[in-house]
Structure formats: C-alpha cells, structure tokens
Design a protein around this ligand. Sequence first.
Ligand code: 4NP
Length: 152
Amino acid sequence: MVCLGNICRSPLAEGILKNKLELAGIRNVLVDSAGTSDYHIGETPDKRSIANAHRHQVDISKHRGRQFLAGDFSAFDRIYVMDVSNYENVIALARTEEEKNKVELILNVLNDDKLISVPDPYFGGEEGFEEVFQLLDKACDKVLKKIQLANS
Ligand code: 4NP
C-alpha cells in the first residue's frame, strides 16, 4: 500500500487489509505500506488516521513511516497506490515491464480502468479521514476476494 507520506492513507489501507485477512484466517500474505516521499520516515501515522482506524477497530498505532524502495518490487506481488501522483512516482522506479505491471491504483479494483484516486486527507478535516476509510474498506474487501481466489 503506497501513498505520499505513509502517515495517512497507506497505513490505513495496510491496517484494514491485515484485519480482513486475519478475520478470514489467511496468514500467508505479507502486507506492508510505504510512502513515495521521505517526509515522515520513522514517524507514527497521523493522529487523525490512528483515531479513525481505532473507531473502526483497526490498530495502526505501531506502524512507522518508511519510504518506498525499488527493492519493494521484488518483495511484493502487488503494489496498490492511492493516487495518480503516487502511481507516477512508483512507476518511475520500476526497472522492467513486470515491475510496472505490479502497480495499480487501489480504487481500480472497484472501478476497472477509471483513474480514481483516494483523496489526500492531510490538509483537510476529520471527515476526509472517514471518507478515505470507507473507500479503502470497500477496496480491501475486493482485494481480500482476489487473494482468496488466488489461494483456492
Ligand atoms: P498520505 O498524506 O500521503 O496519505 O500519508 C500526506 C501526508 C503528509 C504530507 C502529504 C500527504 N505532507 O505533505 O507532509
């Protein structure tokens, strides 16, 4: 799960998907998140994101920000990015077509081939975080289904 700062959207996406996998009894999937920037390396997620997740029984407080690295292309099968700018930044680090093909806008799992971004809530109010949660919750339901299909 990748966004810009790795303190608002992608830690939430990571926490939501991990929760769903645990509830589904799936233990063999590695989920992580990162930011394309180096702005918040080592930091906890944004307080508003932690609070929003907590309201939905998701604990993201132990996450620490890290930057997306080219090595992540070999460590992960799928790289879900939150917005078009994240997409461009991650694609710029890809060395092969295979790596490029791993990258997908997360809301694409709900709306095939429409370039819809998860809005950046950083400069807005609390309601932006709830909107992000609802979008990511729906998208992660679909990602869970894809994982279940691939595992069956
Ligand atoms: P995120 O949100 O990419 O969802 O973690 C942001 C966090 C920090 C900044 C921008 C967006 N920033 O400019 O520091």
